[in-house]
Design a protein around this ligand. Structure first.
Ligand code: SF4
Ligand code: SF4
Length: 510
């Protein structure tokens, strides 16, 4: 889910017709002074970082004069707030606050509907407020396909004791807030605090909105770079990973870095899961043994081999990992050999140098395990492959054993690719290249039988497409990698499946 913090959130709220304090975003102390002059004193300086609770972390200051603004802005810009560097500040009109309210919506997972919450006690800790002062909160379940009526808003206000002129002013705010949340397909949103100033105005002093990942493409006006719920700016590897996911609708690929700037030998493991619950158990099994996780990665929902290949290469781009652990749900209906082929290609191309344990539980897991074993001579590090009957605990224990005395081969086979290309066709995210000179000398031609989709056929003794090039490019070639892997096993060097990863080559993994 993409989170829109203060400034963007305010724009949405303002567009919906709810008043917000005058404010400007700046990135230098000089700009801060100019903005404060335009806005008028006193002002608040707010660090623009992706965290809540900024006030207690020194991320908010108040200024009465130009000298104050300059001093605070100089101190705050470049400083760390909860581990994040402040690059921008919001200079905002300081409100003369009489009272604070909370207005929010989220999804009620039990009722499977949005629910709105209104509290007469704004500020931090709405969960605590709900426990201590339940009478201060009113909830209302909402229909996602319609706006709310004024009598519904009035009823909420009445339940927390708001009547009279305040009620009249708050009804349109509640209606506009839900209309904005609906418009942007928010999974959660809040105005906190919604303040009443001493002169009787209501204003959204701070807001946050989380837009559903899958709705992001309908809201490109928001400029959401990565439709994920990150609590910090994305790393370059995360950006690269998101680019892959955004460009390939098949299956799911999620990648999030958890440990960075680590050295070899610190026990940091590259993690590759498949499916939420099984991945959690698998990560727990590693953490219990004292390992740290370099990343969380999920490839599930029947991803093609090419997507698993790219995921594995991104995990391996974290150069100092001590081990590679793949373990997921264990009962996946997707055919596990697709994942196995993707891993094999990545490990062979990158020359896997960290011990690996791969647990591919689910449909056709025996085939998947066999593929990994057949190719184990193609990288220097030891790799053990298991299925669903081998628990994540057992597999984590096996990785511990491998890491105790890593048996890294000094010589190993490598994937050898054609030196010249005489025939190519495009796939949905890449290209298949053949060296037909070599194919003519190949007696077995296993690539033809390996192609379960039967889109390759022998023509004049060499493999060519049996379908139109356009059809292959639109997905009839599923990028299953089977043809390439069978060719490598023969050592024939007749084919290469080129699967570019935009940005990875320039990435010096941090
Ligand atoms: S297995 Fe390799 S060398 Fe043999 S025909 Fe297929 S692509 Fe060509
Ligand atoms: S040509 Fe066939 S075997 Fe090769 S990647 Fe495409 S679908 Fe798979």
């Amino acid at each position: 889910m993409a989170r829109l913090f203060e400034y963007q959130g305010k724009t949405i709220i303002e567009d919906a017709g709810i008043s917000v304090p005058r404010s400007e975003v700046i990135s230098t102390a000089d700009e801060a002074q100019k903005a404060a002059e335009r806005i008028g004193f006193p002002v608040v300086l707010k660090s623009q970082v992706w965290v809540t609770g900024r006030a207690s972390a020194g991320g908010i200051s108040f200024a009465e004069s130009q000298d104050d603004v300059f001093a605070h802005a100089t101190r705050m810009l470049g400083a760390l707030v909860k581990g994040q560097q402040v690059l921008k500040l919001l200079i905002e009109e300081k409100l003369d606050i009489a009272s604070e309210y909370f207005l929010g919506m989220t999804i009620d997972d039990v009722r499977k509907r949005p629910v709105m919450m209104l509290s007469t006690r704004g500020g931090t800790g709405i969960e605590e407020i709900a426990l201590k002062w339940p009478e201060s909160i009113a909830r209302m379940h909402l229909c996602p396909d319609r706006d709310i009526y004024d009598f519904e808003a009035r009823d909420m206000l009445r339940r927390v004791g708001i009547r009279g002129v305040e009620q009249k002013k708050l009804i349109p705010i509640i209606m506009a807030f839900w209309a904005a949340a609906r418009k942007y397909e928010a999974r959660s949103a809040e105005i906190n605090p919604l303040v009443q100033t001493k002169d009787g105005r209501f204003m959204a002093a701070d807001c946050r909105m989380t837009i559903d990942d899958y709705a992001e493409f309908r809201h490109t006006d928001r400029g959401i770079e990565i439709a994920r719920e990150f609590d910090r700016p994305a790393t370059s590897l995360e950006r690269i990973a998101y680019g892959i996911e955004a460009g390939d609708y098949r299956g799911t690929f999620y990648f999030f870095q958890m440990t960075r700037d680590f050295e070899k030998g610190e026990g940091v493991i590259g993690f590759h899961g498949a499916g939420g619950g099984g991945s959690m158990m698998s990560m727990d099994a590693l953490l219990k043994r004292g390992y740290k996780l370099a990343n969380f990665c999920d490839t599930s929902g029947n991803p093609p081999s090419s997507k698993v290949y790219r995921a594995a290469r991104i995990i391996l781009a974290q150069k100092n990992i001590d081990g590679y652990f793949a373990s997921g749900s264990g009962v996946a209906s997707q055919e596990q050999f697709h994942s196995a082929r993707g891993l094999v290609k990545a490990f062979a191309e990158e020359g896997l140098s960290a011990p690996a344990v791969i647990r591919l539980g689910g449909n056709a897991e025996e085939v998947a395990i066999e593929i990994l074993r057949r190719f184990s001579a193609y990288w220097p590090a030891p790799l053990e492959a298991y299925g669903k009957d081998d628990s994540p605990e057992f597999c984590a224990e096996r990785l511990s054993v491998l890491l105790e005395k890593p048996d890294i081969a000094s010589e190993w086979k490598r994937f050898d690719f054609p030196s010249s290309v005489s025939y190519s066709f495009r796939t949905i995210t890449g290209r298949v290249d053949f060296d037909h000179e070599r194919c003519l000398k190949c007696e077995e031609k296993p690539c033809i039988d390996a192609c379960a989709k039967q889109i390759l056929k022998l023509t004049d003794g060499v493999p060519r497409l049996a379908i139109a090039e356009d059809a292959a490019a639109k997905g009839r070639c599923t990028e299953c990698l089977a043809c390439e892997l069978e060719c490598h096993l023969l050592g024939n060097r007749g084919i290469k499946i080129e699967l570019p990863i935009s940005g990875l080559d320039d990435e010096a993994a941090s």
